[in-house]
Design a protein around this ligand. Structure first.
Ligand code: 4AD
Ligand code: MG
Length: 468
């Protein structure tokens, strides 16, 4: 007896095989002829498998006729060609073992559709819905592509730490990691909490980015990437921000900004191409049920070329666009989501890479451009903006000149001694190098068209929310 997934049993080449399948009932329909149709799903595909359970089965009256959505079963039987519409196969059950019933009075996932907000309260059951099953299969395919892309290009996967003492983005949005007694912490003579007596002998935090540690390995192994959870204690309740998200960050020695942009474009094209090639059934679902612009968006990434535009040119374009933006556009200020979306969704209708941002709005590690006017100093930053999501990638060429780096750090009031190892990378065999970070959840949003980032991660962490 072959144990098959529902996905495998739905395919033509399973016809004629005796199989064992396990999963959860989606629906049961009893026929007048004294048998029942069971729709089974095990998460291996969007579609269900139809099982025909004959009235002659030993537990037909006692158990099978009580199966309701959410009940768990193991079926043995033969896969046959199906005469039914929209399915190649069905299984004629020789036995149906019931593992557990699901009380229809209490199981929330009945025929009725629930809002995504409601489903978030049932994060333990929502993976059993069509939408969340499809999201997680796509998320998995994207992660596989990420590794395959970098491994094919000879990158080394580096595991940068989750707990760190350095603030990469310098935005002060870190979660503290401490074992001190909050009600009675040790104090220094001047009354501050004495973190020297904390677990690590110093203040420690959850990482906001693996980049700085990534740079250490890139300046030794040349091409590296880090991929893992990232934490930001920013109090933003938007459809694109999480307090815990996954980021993939390549870092490459001897790469200048143009190489970095080309890498980002190749990378996004590869992910989208893989999803389009392998996830047809799930993508049809997103196109039809979630967002009918999804396929169009993906095709633009997969075959179109990305627009490149300096920040300064983008500001001019926005200022002369005739649009009535909520936030005004001014050189030296961060672009708002509405501005980014105008550029990528309305003006260019394609992915856009903005680069050369004002130095004052970007972190200390970005390489300063030489040719800027003194009061309009820019850095070699790049953001990739995509229709539907806005900023999906942020990156830059890194400052490789020790004196310029230290001057920038002083301007941003950073304690140079804390970054002694980062500075030494510029002292010993410094090289031009570049990298970027892709937010995994924003990529899943881009691919699926899911409107809220809370619905593309299994257990979203946002201000005020850490259940499950
Ligand atoms: O632009 P960010 O902040 O860049 C960095 O962290 C760099 N150190 C990356 C690098 O150069 N190695 O973040 C990179 C990306 C963003 O473009 C976005 O996709 C995602 O990470 N991101 C978030 N995703 C979800 N929730 C949040 N709060 C996010 N903050 C950033
Ligand atoms: Mg950014």
């Amino acid at each position: 007896m072959n144990r098959l997934s529902v996905n495998a049993a739905r395919k033509n080449d399973a016809i004629g095989r005796e199989v064992r399948l396990s999963g959860w009932i989606r629906t049961r329909r009893d026929s007048k002829g004294g048998f029942s149709f069971l729709e089974i799903n095990d998460g291996s595909s969007l579609g269900n498998l139809q099982v025909i359970a004959d009235g002659e089965l030993r537990n037909y009256e006692s158990e099978i006729k009580h199966l309701s959505p959410g009940s768990s079963v193991t079926i043995e039987g033969e896969v046959k060609a199906s005469g039914g519409k929209g399915q190649a196969t069905e299984v004629h059950a020789a036995s149906v073992v019931v593992h557990g019933l699901a009380d229809p009075e209490r199981y929330p996932l009945q025929k009725k559709r629930h809002s995504f907000e409601k489903l978030r309260e049932w994060a333990h059951l929502r993976p059993r819905t069509n939408t969340f099953g499809a999201v997680m299969r796509i998320r998995n395919r994207i992660c596989r592509s990420i590794h395959e892309f970098f491994q094919d290009e000879e990158f080394v996967w580096i595991h940068t730490p989750i707990i760190t003492a350095s603030d990469c983005e310098g935005a002060g949005e870190m979660f503290r990691v401490s074992t001190l007694d909050l009600t009675n912490p040790p104090k220094t003579d001047n009354g501050n909490v004495d973190y020297a007596r904390d677990f690590f002998g110093r203040a420690a935090y959850l990482t906001v980015s693996g980049q700085l540690e990534g740079e250490i390995y890139a300046t030794a192994l040349s091409k590296i990437y880090t991929f893992g959870p990232t934490f930001r204690a920013e109090n933003s309740n938007t459809s694109r921000h999480l307090a815990e998200f996954w980021m993939v960050e390549p870092e490459v020695a001897f790469y200048e900004l143009a190489d970095n942009m080309a890498l980002a474009e190749r990378f996004l094209k590869r992910i989208v191409g893989d999803v389009l090639a392998d996830c047809g059934e799930d993508m049809d679902f997103f196109q039809q049920r979630i967002d009918d612009t999804t396929m169009d968006r993906l095709e633009k990434v997969s075959i179109g070329t990305f627009q490149h535009l300096t920040y300064t040119n983008a500001v001019e374009l926005l200022q002369t666009s005739g649009q009535d933006f909520e936030y005004p556009v001014a050189w030296g200020h961060d672009l708002q989501a509405e501005h980014e979306r105008y550029l990528t969704e309305r003006h260019f209708e394609s992915p856009v890479i903005l680069y050369d941002y004002p130095a004052t709005i970007k972190p200390f590690y970005m390489k300063v451009n030489d040719d800027a006017e003194p009061d309009r100093s820019t850095v070699r930053a790049m953001d990739v903006l995509t229709p539907g999501v806005g900023e999906i990638i942020g990156g830059s060429q890194r400052e490789d000149r020790l004196d310029v780096l230290e001057e920038r750090m002083r301007k941003q009031d950073l304690d140079l001694s804390e970054y002694w190892w980062y500075r030494e990378l510029r002292e010993f065999g410094t090289v031009p190098h570049s990298g970027f970070g892709l937010g995994l959840e924003r990529m899943v949003q881009f691919v699926t068209g899911m409107a809220n980032i809370r619905d593309v991660i299994p257990f979203p962490r946002t201000p005020g929310n850490a259940e499950f």
